[in-house]
Design a binder for this molecule. Structure first.
Ligand SMILES: Cc1cc2nc3c(=O)[nH]c(=O)nc-3n(C[C@H](O)[C@H](O)[C@H](O)COP(=O)(O)OP(=O)(O)OC[C@H]3O[C@@H](n4cnc5c(N)ncnc54)[C@H](O)[C@@H]3O)c2cc1C
Length: 421
């Protein structure tokens, strides 16, 4: 089914897709025909990116008519799923069958293919991003044929974080593990000096740790600790100057914690704790923009000091900032390629001109730390700045040109940030 596209917007409402057509193929065969016959085409996931990465001058394809097809292979400990399936749907089914993914992003609402394509991540010193769990991919390439690749195949590492530039991912196979419980505790008002002195100890103190701050003042607003297996219901001790929250918290000061996953140390399934936000509610705040930069671990504390110094400029535009850790992977365009790192995330007030005005300054300050921008969020850097940050960048371009010689999947965003170097 193909509709004329009438001003479809992304989740944040800050971007209107320019594509003249929107298609919802009812089968992979229909999708193959559509791609083969298109001059310009791209996949649209759940529309949670904040920039124009998904857009096309031709047909935007949404996979919501394809069956989620969730199929567990317990012998190989993998699950295969249709690209348009949302993590929340997948997580609930895996939990029902006694299995788990290694991690989730802050929200379960995003599609698996869309999240993997931009190297979306959660937190945890030993946790790679969501793309690092991909063991296999099936995609419809430019000529309409199906390409299946598995981990270990030539060019596989270039195909996973594909930015939608290589084809339309119809199926992904992901690593799974036996289900596990998680207990989540929030601590408030940690001492900044202690955080900087003990950063490694803090981020390694739980399976997944997030710090929330607006960068001003002498304290870090909140630390969210997701502990695996344990129950920590009786948490009373201080945590680097921070005290345990006594009721459910939202990362944004003053917002009710009711749309957030269970806290207060009550252990329960990974599928209900690893994300910050619950599937049934609007994640985060809604009226917002986001940026994020991934920085090598060895520069973490210096980058945090830089951000505190920039507080006068950054804090007035910020709803909240989040600091997470992500383990290295080998996926060519992953912002975690080849290096353990931290994510410096910014949830901005929804004032795009003001955010766009501040990004060059932020990127100039974080540039010396080899900061890689999150592909799905707002950033200023073009290909000339981005390319040197990725050792396999030229290999990715060669792969894209081989799989898509006429540039069917290319768009303005990719021309600016990837192909324009
Ligand atoms: C409230 C909120 C919280 C967020 N939290 C996090 C977080 O915790 N961690 C983090 O890293 N990011 C986070 N993000 C960013 C988000 O995870 C990414 O932008 C992600 O790519 C969105 O996935 P999507 O399904 O909405 O994809 P879209 O935004 O629709 O598309 C993203 C890209 O994927 C491509 N794509 C989509 N489907 C396919 C397919 N089937 N085949 C090929 N390419 C495809 C598109 O062409 C596009 O290039 C958050 C965003 C929001 C709005």
């Amino acid at each position: 089914m193909t509709d004329q596209l009438v001003a479809e917007r992304n989740w944040a409402g800050n971007y209107s897709y320019q594509a003249p057509q929107l298609a919802h193929p009812a089968s992979v065969e229909e999708l193959q025909g559509l791609v083969a016959g298109a001059q310009k085409v791209r996949a649209l996931g759940s529309r949670h990116s904040f920039n124009s990465i998904a857009d096309t001058a031709g047909t935007l394809v949404v996979l919501d008519q394809l069956d989620p097809g969730i199929s567990v292979d317990a012998a190989n400990m993998t699950v295969t799923v249709s690209g348009g399936t949302r993590y929340g749907t997948l997580a609930a089914e895996l939990q029902r069958q006694g299995f788990a993914l290694h991690n989730l992003a802050s929200l379960p609402h995003i599609s698996v293919a869309g999240a993997v394509s931009t190297a979306t991540h959660g937190s945890g010193d030993a946790n790679g991003n969501l793309a690092s769990a991909v063991a296999g991919l099936e995609l419809v390439t430019a000529d309409g044929s199906i390409l299946s690749v598995r981990r270990g195949d030539e060019d596989f590492d270039g195909m996973v974080v594909g930015l939608g530039a290589l084809g339309i991912v119809t199926k992904l196979t992901l690593d799974i593990q036996p289900t596990f419980d998680v207990a989540q505790n929030v601590f408030e008002n940690l001492n900044w000096d202690l955080v900087l002195e003990n950063f490694d100890q803090i981020t390694s103190s739980a399976y997944s740790v997030s710090l929330f701050t607006d960068w001003s003042g002498e304290t870090v607003g909140q630390a969210w600790l997701k502990r695996r297996g344990g129950d920590a219901a009786a948490e009373t001790s201080d945590f680097f100057g921070g005290t345990p929250a006594t009721e459910a918290r939202h990362p944004l000061p003053g917002v009710s914690g009711s749309n957030c996953t269970q806290q207060l140390g009550m252990a329960g399934p990974w599928s209900d704790r690893l994300a910050h936000f619950r599937m049934e509610f609007t994640p985060s705040q809604g009226d917002e923009l986001q940026s994020e930069y991934l920085i090598p671990r060895e520069h973490a504390v210096d980058a945090l000091r830089t951000m505190r110094r920039l507080s006068d400029v950054v804090t007035p535009l910020l709803l909240v900032g989040e600091i997470r850790t992500v383990a290295a992977d080998q996926l060519w365009l992953s912002a975690n390629y080849g290096r353990d790192g931290i994510g410096l995330h910014f949830t901005w007030r929804q004032d795009q001109p003001a955010v766009e005005a501040i990004l060059p300054l932020l990127e100039a300050e974080l540039g010396p730390f080899a900061a890689r921008p999150h592909w799905g969020k707002l950033f200023d850097a073009g290909a000339a700045v981005v390319a040197p940050l990725y050792p396999r960048f030229n290999d990715f371009i060669a792969l894209a040109e081989r799989l898509d010689p006429s540039g069917k999947f290319r768009n303005d965003f990719l021309d600016r940030t990837v192909f324009g170097s």
